[in-house]
Design a protein around this ligand. Sequence first.
Ligand code: HEM
Length: 404
Amino acid sequence: MHGEFKKADSYQPLRLLSQGKMVGSVIDMQDESENTALRRAVGNAFATKNILDYEADVDYTAENLIQALRKVRSTDVFLVMQQFQVDFLMKAAFSRKTDYLTARKPTKEITGHARLSHWMKWQSMPSLERLLYKSPFCRGWYETTGKPPLWTAMATEELKIRQDIGSDVKTNREQDLLSKYIEGAKRHKDVSMELLRRMISSTISAGFDTSAFTMTAILYFLLKTPKAMQRLQDELGVALRAGKLSNLPRYTETDKMPYLAAIIKEAMRLYHFIAGPLERVVPDGGAEIAGKWFPGGTNVGVPAGVVHRNKTVYGADPCEFRPERWLEANKHQRVVMERAMLSFGAGKRICLGRHIAELEMKKVIPRLLLEFDMTLDDPEYILAPVDKYSRFMKPFSVTFKDKR
Ligand code: HEM
């Protein structure tokens, strides 16, 4: 086998049509050399050693989250997690303060739900999708119009400000994502400013619904599994009493907590964000995959939901939420279980922002548990997708009661 497995045409329905042009994102980028150049230029912004640069932004936004929850008491969890994400990402990416949490702003206009459902619906028929929605005869009624998403507008504006020679607005912005992107692009001339602008906004849209969704799923599983909730509370309590956990949890503290890590993995295993297979094309010369021969040019992929419920990998009860499975597994089994996880994708195009997502989850979930007793408003609620194409969940609300 020669060459690499490139992203398949099934990613194309994810692209938008705007002012007669196809607008791609970092996710649907099929040109691997362009993606390699981009990753080389911006990878530093996502490296584990730089993740703590965003910790203060998580703390700032988490404080607003706590205050917002104290005011409303009972709320649609996915909505409030989306509001958290916008405010956090705007702060981490552009050092800008937005007020989605404090002003309880709706997120309908910025969610990628419709776009994702469209992608999933048409991913197995990209040519027909192009013909029906994007050909010159039909595009009129599909073309996106109106305001660009919040982050596209902000990326354009911020890039202009920061490129403005002589401007002194650069102070205090050395740590944010955009400044790291700009630094990277200066060192790698093959990345144009236009590509950079497109990529910073698509990076944020890649991190927005995904992280809000995953934090919502984690809370759901905790609330539905009192034993797991208690064990996590105990883990936090022991660490607090031993002076190993601050009231505003630090990442360096919570990253050492095995049960918290197991909860996050187990929730991501059972309720992952992308429904369909993330297809790749078998390179010229063909390849043997799982004991079968596939000729070059074949699209291959497997939905995460299938792999994540494989009994050989995850044990006899793969449909159960049982974080303990991650702690009981021996070293070899754990490696196999981790390698089979596709929630962040896998291989060369694995999610760039996964360490940032972990930073958020490992700080926000413990903080919520330290501040509140939480209950599902409808104890009968079962987590389920709202439509058959995406995994966006039917809304559910939770009541947050102060612990102290
Ligand atoms: C729990 C939260 C998250 C989940 C579940 C998630 C999941 C994913 C998945 C499944 C992919 C696609 C992989 C593929 O097509 O093969 C992806 C790609 C990506 N994600 Fe995430 N993501 C999360 C958070 C974030 C965050 C917070 C950011 C940025 C701040 C981010 C940035 C990206 C980028 C830039 C890509 C494209 C990488 C490439 O194609 O080279 N993600 N993510």
